[in-house]
Ligand binder design. Structure first.
Ligand SMILES: [Fe+2]
Length: 599
């Protein structure tokens, strides 16, 4: 049974393939076409998934699309009568989804009737919830999806049991936690699609001075519901249009906050204005109000379901600061957030919704790691590495020497590009496409920003830590394998790992288990053996672009930035200017691929 999940015609276009109940591959289109948040039809991602499963498009049994243009049609009609532009936009969306078979056939250059798969349109939030619950380790759990908007709703919660989910509530347009967060992100001067996480980082610098006002902008209502203060927004009267040209362009969102919001909170910050304490306090207030609503919803859901496990999905589930509060403020004891919690993850969710809710097949898969993307052979990596011979000192190592040498480079303050195995699924680099640095050096954040990342100085970097040491360094020990939780660093350890510790004493950690990523775990342990600190600073392998995917892109990033060292497969490349720091050579390369994550 082959099920292809496709998030198309929307930001974070992506594909996933499930064969006989197990996820085989998943990738965002942006990693392949190199356009951040690429929308449109993810033809490259689909091709990768088909290749990985060893099948042709014509052999796929089911195609799952995480959009149901007919969902909430009564509510849509009411808005359409008030807003003709809205009606036109809805019609355009419906036409687009109705033509998906033809678009696929055209992209793959086959006649439409060769696609024998049954098409399924899975409602957006059901697909979000399925993306978390059906791949979680929980047989039963409470499930919650919250985002900007999808299929005219922004929030849904359910009780999950085996291969079924029973919906307990939803919040429809125009009320939306995602729109709330995006509108205030725009108000604070961050207009790029996907900038919300920057404001989450900024919030740590402020105090929630404006919380009373923010409680008028968004407030909890009922056991697991909420309301927006409508006068603060314009999307309910002017739409919340996301526009893009095609799969090769990054989406753009129109303005969401109203002039009334500016009369209450003061003029919006312009993108080039300096950030002041007032902006920090606004960000802190916005985050605090969001957390109040989420805590209320989580508690309501816990009371209704009496579950101890919670699955979170939707873009709001990337709020790692809020997520950590599930564990301290609610009866839930376990939380699962799938690595691609946002709309890319809909491809996985839609596929598993078909597998379980439509086909009625039992659950037999848990997503325990994030390495579902493209992987390149040793021969391909060697070829790329050889191309750098004139500019870098290159050495091949056996695994033990590779780890020893890499740990030594990091401990010596070098910035190391770490390229191994299959690409991560989701927006976080989790030890296969990562830039690594010494967390013990307080100056490392500035060095990384100056030399490679060129990003806002207030944004924190994240640590990876072996799971065995989490309790030694952090105040919470619940697993965070996909960097979706920010925990307080223990007071006595804040000076030990200052580089990835944020200004409020928290860090958005990745807990690394030996089974999920054996090579990365061994590297962390090796660094720990050398320094007493089994933690490295881990940031994504990129420079203002999608995370590198192919070996060529990793080498290109190494070349054009001031990265010191590139570790690719079994090779270590040192820029010739830094070649004085030579590594210890190990044995000959065995020619084998190093340990890959358990599947
Ligand atoms: Fe969504």
């Amino acid at each position: 049974m082959i099920i292809l999940g496709v998030n198309a015609y929307h930001a974070n276009a992506a594909a996933a393939i499930v064969v006989d109940g197990r996820l085989i591959a998943a990738v965002e289109e942006e990693r392949l076409n190199r356009v951040k948040y690429a929308a449109g039809l993810p033809a490259r991602a689909i091709q990768f998934c088909l290749n990985r499963a060893g099948v042709k498009l014509s052999e796929v049994d089911h195609i799952a699309i995480p959009r149901d243009p007919y969902a909430r049609v009564g509510t849509k009609l009411r808005f359409a009568m008030r807003m003709p532009k809205f009606a036109f936009d809805r019609l355009r969306v419906m036409r687009k989804f109705a033509g998906v078979r033809e678009d696929l056939a055209s992209a793959f250059e086959i006649p439409p009737d060769m696609i024998r798969a049954r098409f399924h349109h899975i409602e957006h939030h059901r697909a979000h919830m399925a993306s978390a619950f059906f791949v979680s380790p929980f047989e039963s759990a409470a499930v919650l999806s919250a985002d900007g908007l999808g299929d005219f709703a922004s929030f849904m919660c359910a009780s999950g049991e085996g291969p079924r989910m029973r919906v307990l509530g939803e919040v429809a347009f125009p009320h939306s936690l995602g729109i709330y967060y995006t509108a205030l992100t725009q108000y604070l001067g961050f207009w790029k699609f996907g900038d919300e996480y920057k404001v989450m980082g900024l919030a740590a610098y402020g105090q929630p001075e404006f919380l009373d006002e923010f409680r008028r902008i968004v407030r909890a209502e009922g056991p697991h519901s909420f309301r927006l203060g409508i006068p603060y927004f314009v999307h309910q009267s002017q739409g919340s249009e996301m526009t893009w040209r095609d799969a090769t362009s990054t989406p753009v969102l129109g303005r969401l906050f109203s002039p009334y919001l500016e009369t209450r909170l003061g003029p919006a910050r312009k993108a080039d204005e300096p950030l002041t304490q007032r902006h920090h306090n606004l960000a802190a207030s916005m985050q605090a109000a969001l957390e109040e609503v989420l805590v209320s919803c989580w508690k309501g859901l816990a009371a209704e379901t009496r579950q101890k496990s919670l699955c979170l999905a939707g873009g709001v589930a990337f709020n790692c600061v809020a997520n950590a509060k599930v564990l301290t403020t609610t009866p839930f004891e376990r939380v699962y957030v799938q690595p691609a919690a946002g709309d890319a993850g809909l491809s996985v969710g839609a596929a598993f919704a078909v597998e379980h809710e439509i086909l009625g097949r039992p659950r037999e898969f848990t997503m325990e790691h994030a390495y579902w993307g493209p992987e390149y052979s040793v021969a391909e990596m060697k070829q790329v590495v050889a191309g750098a011979a004139s500019e870098a000192a290159i050495a091949e190592y056996d695994e033990s020497a590779l780890l020893e040498s890499t740990a030594r480079h990091i401990a010596a303050g070098k910035i190391v590009g770490w390229y191994q195995g299959a690409a991560e699924w989701g927006p976080r680099a989790l030890g296969n496409r990562s830039i690594l640095a010494d967390p013990r050096r307080p100056e490392m954040k500035d060095i990384l920003n100056r030399r490679i990342k060129h990003r806002e100085i207030f944004r924190p970097f994240a640590p990876s830590i072996i799971e065995e040491a989490v309790g030694e360094f952090f105040e919470q020990t619940h697993p965070s394998p996909f960097m979706t939780f920010a925990y307080p660093v223990r007071h006595e350890k804040r000076s030990v790992i200052p580089a990835p510790t944020h200004v409020d004493g928290t860090a958005r950690l990745q807990t690394v288990s030996r089974s999920a990523n054996p090579l990365y775990w061994k590297l962390l342990r090796k660094f720990g053996d050398r320094t007493g600190v089994p933690v490295v600073l881990n940031t994504s392998f990129n420079d203002n672009e999608p995370i590198v995917c192919r070996p060529e892109e990793a080498l290109d990033c190494f070349r054009r930035t001031q990265m010191d060292v590139l570790v690719m497969g079994s090779a270590i490349l040192e820029k010739k200017s830094a070649a004085a720091f030579a590594g210890t050579r190990g044995g000959d390369d065995s020619g084998e691929r190093f340990a890959t994550p358990a599947q």
